[in-house]
Design a protein around this ligand. Structure first.
Ligand code: HEC
Length: 149
């Protein structure tokens, strides 16, 4: 971007216009090239822990029903069933730490925005039909990616 902006002499007006176009195009690209900001990670943590309640289903539990902290978001058998049969009901939740490495950022954002996984299908119930904003999807993805266990 700075190459275009530094082009001061001669076609000044043209240079300015190009400068503006480059600024618009480069924002989403540079945003991902740099490390996620603390506020993005903090927002992702809030969404995962306090709003989406992802751990309720995605963290396995011990035999007393307590979440196994060392396996946080690692997926496992669900400890509840529907009162009436629901077609396609999944009995296991996915390992989100594993998927954080396997899926690309674009695949995560698509899933969190539309509910459609990389295989072109929605996740089975009881995974909620999730529709986050772009910012929220980025925040959740960055936060889950930042977890190391
Ligand atoms: C009420 C339980 C529940 C909650 C809450 C929940 N999930 Fe899930 N999720 C599941 C189950 C069960 C699956 C496995 C679905 C399947 O196998 O098709 C799943 C699958 C997924 C997948 C993989 C989808 C695929 O098709 O491979 C991702 C990613 C995911 N969940 C992310 C999240 C995130 C992020 C949150 C919190 C914002 C969340 N889930 C909250 C139950 C839940």
């Amino acid at each position: 971007m700075s190459v275009f902006c530094a082009n001061g002499r001669g076609a000044y007006r043209n240079g300015l216009r190009r400068c503006a176009v480059m600024a618009v195009i480069s924002i989403p690209l540079t945003a991902w090239a740099t490390a996620p900001s603390t506020s993005l990670l903090r927002h992702g943590r809030y969404l995962v822990r306090d709003v989406g309640m992802c751990a309720d289903c995605h963290t396995p539990r011990d035999r007393h029903g307590k979440e196994i902290v060392a396996r946080w978001l690692r997926g496992g058998p669900l400890n509840f069933k529907p009162a009436h049969p629901i077609p396609e009901w999944a009995r296991h939740s996915s390992d989100l730490i594993h998927l954080a490495r396997r899926w690309t950022t674009q695949q995560w954002i698509r899933f969190l925005r539309s509910g459609i996984a990389p295989n072109g299908k929605p996740a089975r119930p009881p995974m909620p039909d999730i529709h986050l904003s772009y910012y929220d999807a980025r925040a959740v993805t960055a936060y889950i990616r930042s977890l190391k266990h």
